[in-house]
Design a protein around this ligand. Structure first.
Ligand SMILES: NC(=O)c1ccc[n+]([C@@H]2O[C@H](COP(=O)([O-])OP(=O)(O)OC[C@H]3O[C@@H](n4cnc5c(N)ncnc54)[C@H](OP(=O)(O)O)[C@@H]3O)[C@@H](O)[C@H]2O)c1
Length: 219
């Protein structure tokens, strides 16, 4: 992994009971300071990566307020289940690149996105590897600050391959009970992946805690 060239950060907010969305998949920041932190992160990034389910549930554009030249959004949709109508596929102000798998994506559905000006990268693998995405980014974009805005499956794609340098988790003062877990993926054997706590921040609202973890590189 080209660790010296790029920084890959992921941000996510969870409830006290570790949920990133309710059972219907709904989540939005309720604290204005968390929203400001999210926007700050978008300003920091030159490339944003987002998973298909986050696109479907939020229908956000994932654009910062001040747009940098070359700012690019990357959507991961292995089975190409999204339709082209989502805001992230409006390429008027910034490019969007869609990563999908030839195991599932039909020529017709790929063409539907390409017609909008979305660049579609069809890989012969499923699931798509973080290393494939990062190699493509390093080859095709002048990216140095890559931000993963969720959801859990997409973060796991990078975390599991040790392709994530920083994970920032905001603990919000809510409990959802059943809902979507941060990482609804096959678990690891104990003790799992060990992250290094770098910073603990208390939100200006006095109710949220922002934890920043570094991920130690592979030996
Ligand atoms: N609390 C927060 O801060 C926060 C932030 C963002 C999102 N959310 C919530 O989180 C939920 C979505 O999270 P999620 O974990 O379910 O989904 P996600 O990561 O947003 O998207 C998962 C989808 O992206 C595709 N994908 C991701 N990694 C892939 C890979 N390696 N290879 C191929 N395809 C890949 C998959 O498509 P295929 O199924 O086709 O393989 C998968 O279904 C939503 O409910 C959203 O509201 C919460």
């Amino acid at each position: 992994m080209q660790r010296n060239q790029v920084t890959v950060r992921a941000i996510i907010a969870i409830t006290i009971d570790g949920k990133i969305a309710d059972v219907r998949g709904t989540w939005r920041p309720l604290c204005k300071f968390e929203l400001a932190r999210y926007n700050e992160m978008l300003e920091w990034a030159d490339t944003v990566i987002v998973g298909a389910r986050t696109v479907a549930h939020s229908n956000l554009s994932f654009l910062p307020k001040r747009l940098k030249k070359g700012f690019t959004r990357i959507v991961l949709d292995g089975r190409l289940s999204l339709k082209p109508g989502y805001k992230v596929f409006n390429v008027e102000n910034a490019d969007t690149v869609l990563f999908t798998s030839s195991n599932y994506a039909s020529i017709e559905s790929v063409a539907g996105f390409e017609k909008l000006g979305v660049r579609v990268i069809v890989l012969r693998e499923y699931p798509i590897k973080a290393s494939s995405i990062l190699s493509w980014i390093l080859r095709e974009l002048r990216a140095s600050n890559i931000l993963i805005v969720g959801g859990g499956r997409t973060i796991w794609t990078f975390l599991s391959e040790n392709a994530l340098h920083e994970l920032r988790v905001t603990i919000t003062p809510f409990i959802l009970g059943s809902g979507q877990q941060l990482l609804a993926v096959d678990g690891l054997s104990f003790p799992g992946k060990n992250l290094r706590l770098e910073q603990i921040g208390l939100c200006a609202c006095g109710q949220e805690v922002v934890l920043t973890y570094r991920i130690p590189p592979l030996l």
